[in-house]
Design a protein around this ligand. Structure first.
Ligand SMILES: [Zn+2]
Ligand SMILES: [Zn+2]
Length: 178
């Protein structure tokens, strides 16, 4: 959660005035009684109004950094960041905080119809989907850059080829690039 906390603050600081204003408005909307802090009840109310599942007291406690039973603006910012940047698992419906698996064929940077699975749903292997190839989000991101001639991959291919006794790096690169 610490990385996400830093990311949420960095994202807010780097945002435009309009984006920052919206984040403040979200906080005000969460803080239904307007006392400047968000209680567990206000938090779960807000989450259910958005139709979000899994944002219970346990989750609240995780984002309540100073454990005072209320969310201040920065703590609420973390929640806002999570729900606007993290995908939901298409099998169990849970929000995925860390690594996830995405269908290569359905994933397009411009499409909202990606198919994402949390690691446990992915590994249980019972998800029904038209396509078979899923890779994790880090690998997916790397695939987005024109990396077939990336020097890093090439250098890795050369060394791996030597170690496994292949004549050249091409065959190795083909396999690690999928
Ligand atoms: Zn899942
Ligand atoms: Zn697909």
């Amino acid at each position: 959660m610490d990385d996400l906390r830093l990311a949420s603050i960095a994202c807010y600081n780097a945002g435009s005035r309009k984006e920052q204003k919206l984040a403040k408005k979200v906080f005000e909307a969460m803080d239904a009684d307007g006392n400047g802090k968000v209680s567990v009840a206000e938090f779960s109310n807000f989450a259910s109004k958005l139709g979000l599942k899994g944002f219970d007291k346990n989750f609240f406690n995780q984002i309540d950094k100073d454990k005072n039973g209320f969310l201040d603006f920065e703590e609420a910012l973390l929640f806002y960041y999570i729900i606007t940047t993290r995908p939901f698992c298409d099998m169990c419906g849970q929000l995925i905080m860390d690594m996830y698996y995405s269908c290569i064929k359905c994933f397009r940077p411009t499409s909202s119809n990606s198919c994402d699975l949390c690691p446990s749903c992915y590994s249980c292997g019972t998800f029904k989907h038209d396509h078979e190839e899923f890779i994790d989000n880090f690998a997916l991101l790397r695939k987005q850059k024109p990396s077939s001639n990336s020097r890093e991959i090439f250098a890795l291919g050369v060394e791996l080829a030597k170690l496994v006794g292949m004549p050249g790096p091409e065959e190795v690169i083909e396999c690690i690039q999928m």
